[in-house]
Design a protein around this ligand. Sequence first.
Ligand code: ATR
Length: 275
Amino acid sequence: MVNLYKNKFYAVFGNPINHSKSPDIHNFFYKLYSLDYKYIKICASKNFFLKDILSFFNKGGKGANITLPFKEKIFSLCNEITKRAQISGSINTLKKFDNGNILGDNTDGIGFLSDLLFHNIVKKKFNLLIIGAGGAAKGVIYPLLQFGCNIFLTNRTFERAKILSNKFKNFGNIESITLRNLSNMRFNLIINATSSGISNEVPLIPCNIINKKTICYDMFYGDKNTVFMNFCKSYGAKKIYSGIGMLIHQAAHSFFLWNNIFPDIKKTVNFLSKK
Ligand code: ATR
């Protein structure tokens, strides 16, 4: 049984949560900076997750990450919410201040942009294609527009892409486009933000939009290359990335919010690749 009072405590809440790599990443950060903290995973109840999270903080928890399916449902827990969390409509990081107030933030979007910068695969004015119009897409659009990218948003259900692009149109260049109209278009970077990888499927994009110069990024990740990565590779893409880097970077930004230290990414990537 973990002693909640001896160490500074952090946790990730989700349901399911078994698969989460966040404890590995955060506990590695603590080791790297010799911090006597602990980060655990907690499977929150689908109906009483607010109570579960509050009880963690009441027992001395200092900060938490929130994952599916709770990210959009914990706004009422927070005394303050950052602009980037408000705009994305979801919270993945909570910080408890000494006065008891709880701050809600979102580090997914900035984590994604940081990973693109880390790999040197994004530039201002780049034309990006984002496939998908669910939570994953919603979480990354704002920082990409702020950075100065032009976004084309497509989705199996086109209406959802239209609604989402309208929501963000005041923040930069974004337009929705049907899957069919993508044919023969050219993009610097194609991002799969759908959940198709869960069922081992690939979104039905025309394959002529991929060539050897197209950079392809799947926000999904697994132990091996994802089906989307393999699909892009089979049509000639040379630079293909999975979402593991995004996961590490969003964790790094949460860690920074909690401890004011931005952790060493290269060492973390190296550590995870050996696990
Ligand atoms: P989340 O909770 O992750 O936001 P969601 O709102 O269901 O889940 O969004 C999942 C996204 O993945 C949607 O864009 C979905 O497309 P639809 O809006 O048409 O449902 C997309 N998606 C899921 N499975 C897909 C598949 N096999 N092919 C293409 N798109 C898929």
